[in-house]
Design a protein around this ligand. Sequence first.
Ligand SMILES: [Zn+2]
Length: 401
Amino acid sequence: MTDRLYYEDAYLLQFEGKVIAQREEKGIWLALDRSAFYPTSGGQPYDTGEIRWPGGAVQVMDVEVDQEGIVWHRVTDKIPEGETVQGRIDADRRRDHMEQHGGEHMLAGAIWEKLGGTTIGLHLGKEDSSIDVQMPDGRTHLTEDEILMLEDTVNDRIRLDTPIRCWFPSEEELRTLPLRKAPTVTEHVRIVAMGDFEMVACGGTHPSSTGRIGQIKILSAIPSKGKIRVTFVCGQRAEKLFQVYMRFAHKAGNVLSCPVEKLASSAGELKARLAEAERQVNRFETERILNRIYEAEETESLKGVALSLVMMDPADSKPVAEAVSKYIAEDGKALLLSFGERLTFARSQDVDIDMNELIRRVARGGGRPELASGAGISTCAEVAKKILITEGKGKTWRKKS
Ligand SMILES: [Zn+2]
């Protein structure tokens, strides 16, 4: 079993140890008799760093712990067994993990105390971290007020700078401790206590006091598989994220010419004005297309039906549907629209032409008897018009009502 030095002191970043075993399995792995490197466990990722020996230095790229409690370090090169080595842990990565992990405890403790929610698991990610919370009433969301209350509670407790203690209690002592939840292991149970706010079994690395967590910022609380996934950042990550948010908020404020706190209302106003402008453009375009159809209308082509073949600009499309439906709302209209290769055939309710059938005879497409669309070569609409005129000789084009 490796003597895990981080249990005693999470701020120990340099140590001496001895290589007790070596194996090759997707890389070179070294086992040490004592190590301050944290192996991935409990949702907290491994430490990185360097191991030096008289023959040089190797980089530590991954750390795992096996069933026997031996800590294995995946390294860039071999070091002979029995060598005495010096380990050095990447300080920034470790400090960051301690901030996120410490904040997670405080958050889980506050959720338990204030809302009765049980926290299941921690995922410490590259950008942010998350926990899944099971609520006593099974609900899968938190209100905005609850989120703020939790954030304020945790930050108030961080500011108190209460000492954080980690120890291995005796079995008798363990039975008396008011743990937030039962330990998942039965032997060598390690406890972390943060004032009266949090007490639970944990083998991770923790700051020495709550103040060193810095701060917490809850980013979201969304439903996830019957639980609530609460995403947050702590410490320097929260600081950096605030800087990013502020930079973008100021940029957006400059674009909208308003202070940051008025961004939402200004954007809402702008959106409403844009929607109104779009409606007006749409109305204008519908009128324009409708006028174009009326200009091209030929009343003499078919008995009692105005048959119009209109060649449209292929770019026209969106407001056409509205213009077409307005046009055929009047009685006695048959319309063959061609936008280059795209076709729309339509007719009034009282006209006896099956536009679905017609479009299928000249192009690919279909629809309903009164309105059909399709695609074909640019002369398709001309062909359709000829069919109607030729086959319609002597035909009554209006339905009997
Ligand atoms: Zn912990």
